[in-house]
Design a protein around this ligand. Structure first.
Ligand SMILES: Cc1ncc(COP(=O)(O)O)c(C=O)c1O
Length: 279
């Protein structure tokens, strides 16, 4: 089964999938993106991902190239061509091709790229044992709510995780926990699930929203508020959420053991509810 590439309304062989060196996505990171996964061939939360894509583009004044309905058709067509049961759909919309000049060109047509690849899930063992994390200063700009391809600070943060031989880097701004380099972070204290509120400081994860809804259904109290790094270290449980991570327990941060050193009961309950929802 092939990996699939799509550029500006055409499915094309991977080797032929190229964009111009004058593309503003390449020159300035002037672009937005989404990552969607499938479960048994069906894209999960596609509507929510497309809504966030549209919002991100709107916030950057990039005209939406396709309607939501048209997008749904492209994604379905791509998934049928690829034939993967577990797939990762990547969509990117750039402001288009124009001579390199910072301000917006007067006329451009957005460049639209989509790729569909097989998704390698995380090892089951990792979900049982939990993962480790380090913390690092949040160097990102003031509009983290826009899912833009300008990911340099995230790239540097991920490199810190690699150097520290941990799974994820948790970003700290003014002593407060924002989110992971590619995940949202939730901490449990006294039975309450706490996570940073939506706003310009975090990307509002699609998984975050679904997990908070699951918690509400389970009558687990939630508080959307910033917590300090000290509170993170002393939390009973910490877990990450994200499209490919799902609900993933964190058992050590900066070398400090979190709770019992194993994914805690609320993390496990939410992971189990997630598995029911998607299984
Ligand atoms: C910075 C950041 N926060 C949170 C998330 C989780 O978002 P989602 O649950 O929509 O995958 C991501 C995912 O890529 C991310 O990059």
């Amino acid at each position: 089964m092939p990996d699939i590439a799509f550029i500006n309304g055409r499915f094309i062989p991977w080797e032929e999938a190229t964009v111009s060196i004058d593309d503003r996505g390449f020159q300035f990171g002037d672009a937005v993106y989404e990552v969607i996964r499938t479960y048994r061939g069906i894209p999960f939360q596609l509507g929510a991902h497309l809504a966030r894509l549209e919002r991100s583009a709107k916030e950057l004044f990039i005209p939406p190239p396709y309607s939501k309905t048209q997008w749904m058709q492209w994604v379905q067509q791509g998934l049928s061509l690829a034939g993967y049961q577990e797939a990762k759909v990547y969509i990117q919309i750039t402001r288009g091709v124009a001579p390199r000049e910072h301000s917006f060109p007067s006329e451009t047509c957005p460049t639209v790229v989509m790729t569909i690849r097989a998704l390698q899930g995380l090892p089951a063992e990792m979900r049982q044992t939990g993962v480790t994390a380090c913390t690092w200063e949040d160097l990102r700009w003031g509009r983290c709510d826009i899912k833009s391809v300008n990911l340099l600070a995230n790239v540097l943060a991920r490199e810190e995780a690699k150097k520290a031989r941990v799974f994820e880097t948790i970003l700290i701004r003014d002593g407060l926990v924002m989110e992971g380099a590619l995940s949202n972070v939730m901490a449990v204290q006294g039975g309450v699930v706490m996570t940073a509120p939506e706003g310009p400081r975090i990307l509002s994860g699609v998984t975050r929203t679904v997990v908070l809804d699951l918690a509400k259904k389970e009558e687990i109290p939630i508080e959307e508020r910033f917590i300090s790094l000290e509170s993170l270290y002393s939390a009973n449980e910490v877990f990450l959420t994200g499209t490919t991570l799902e609900v993933l327990g964190v058992v050590r941060i900066d070398g400090k053991t979190i709770g019992s050193g194993q994914p805690g009961p609320i993390t496990k309950a939410l992971a189990a509810r997630w598995a029911l929802l998607t299984g």
